[in-house]
Design a protein around this ligand. Structure first.
Ligand code: SAM
Ligand code: ASE
Length: 350
């Protein structure tokens, strides 16, 4: 192990200390987000003092001062001269674009979900590693047949939070995924487990002469139509269960963040069904955060793989893992496209 650490790390473990603080650093952002700090600053005509922010958001002045100071330390906020009061806090462009609730590229749902659902699960990472299974029972008192019964536990609120998280990923990566390969030859595209339809809309935008539809569980489709629909929506929704019964016929099946949720056998039986349903020349597009062939990175994909252990039943894979699954299901000509962002694309044809 020691040879992987630089000499300066041995003199003083800068990198390790930074990792130790990772949880608290992200908590600063999540808490500021939930308190409404970024929305207030975005809406304000100029920089605001900590006292003013505390007053508006009904928090302690002392606590808010320390929180804002930390956000300045993280370069999420900037200190500007403010009228009358001397100095004040102002949002950086990045905070206005990604952290404020109202912005078109807001990652608010991603932060809420990490903070309220992912972090509690990760409290039990050690147990997940020891036991080799997810921690839904310990964390939420649920051990259902299927991990999505835990994801969508109880009320609509949990489901909407998860759907918000899924939706927000495609704000960042949707266009790169839709255009990773030229998919214009596929007339009918079905996004299986397509959730809110966010990626499907990117596909419809990139391939205007193709028809794009989404299949998801009935309750998810109802919520997608009710809370995530667009004016002049060009995406059609179908209710169903991709493990039970038939899937709608298509030239291209998209499986975005589906394979990584499930154990190998379930993935294989789903892929075999798609192989049997699609015509020759038809294909399947997998969208996942792909590990390097050596599994030595990227760190984000390694962390996602642990997240699948803690919350789901699946894992992240290197290219060879997807190639083998696809070949075993009967697909050929597997092509891999790394986008350089969080998610990558894998295309195979029948
Ligand atoms: N593809 C979307 C994306 O990447 O943003 C959502 C991925 S999410 C991790 C998995 C999706 O599969 C959820 O929308 C979930 O409701 C759906 N799903 C889970 N089990 C399903 C089943 N048996 N049949 C159809 N959809 C299912
Ligand atoms: C899934 C994706 C996610 C299932 C559960 C999930 C994510 C969080 N929980 O398919 C998004 C990826 N983010 C992380 C932290 O893994």
């Amino acid at each position: 192990m020691a040879e992987h650490l630089s000499q300066s790390e041995l003199d003083y473990p800068f990198k390790l200390l930074e990792y130790f603080n990772g949880f608290r650093v992200s908590k600063v952002i999540f808490s500021a987000c939930e308190l409404g700090v970024f929305d207030l600053l975005l809406g304000a005509p100029g920089p605001l003092s900590a006292r003013h922010v505390a007053h508006e958001l009904r928090t302690s002045v002392d606590g808010m001062e320390r929180l804002l100071d930390a956000l300045v330390g993280m370069e999420v906020l900037e200190v500007e001269p403010a009228e009358g009061t001397g100095e004040g806090e102002d949002s950086s462009d990045v905070a206005n674009l990604y952290l404020a609730r109202g912005s078109s590229k807001s990652l608010h749902h991603m932060m809420t979900y990490q903070n309220q659902t992912v972090y509690p699960l990760w409290t039990h990472l050690g147990d997940a590693v020891r036991e080799g299974r997810n921690q839904n029972e310990k964390t939420f008192g649920l051990q259902p047949e299927d991990p999505f019964q835990a994801v969508y536990r109880s009320d609509d609120e949990e489901m909407l939070k998860f759907m918000g998280l899924m939706d927000s990923s495609w704000i960042l990566d949707g266009h790169d995924i839709a255009t990773a390969f030229d998919l214009s030859c596929f007339q009918k595209i079905v996004d299986l487990g397509g959730c809110t339809g966010a990626l499907a809309r990117e596909m419809a935008k990139a391939y205007p002469s193709s028809s794009v539809s989404v299949l998801d569980l009935p309750t998810v489709v109802d919520a997608a139509k009710k809370y995530f629909s667009r004016e002049n929506d060009d995406v059609v929704f179908h209710s169903g269960d991709f493990f039970l019964g038939d899937v709608p016929p298509a030239d291209l099946y998209v499986l975005a963040r589906i394979v990584h949720d499930w154990p190998e056998e379930k993935c294989l039986s789903l892929l075999r069904k798609l192989h049997d349903t699609c015509r020759p020349g038809g294909g399947v597009l997998l969208v996942e955060a792909m590990l390097l062939e050596t599994r030595r990175g990227p760190l984000m994909a390694q962390i996602f793989s642990l997240n699948m252990l803690v919350q789901m039943e699946g894992r992240e894979r290197p290219p060879s893992g997807y190639t083998r699954l696809l070949n075993d299901a009967g697909f050929h000509d597997v092509q891999v496209c790394r986008t350089g962002k969080s998610y990558d694309a894998i295309l195979a044809v029948r």
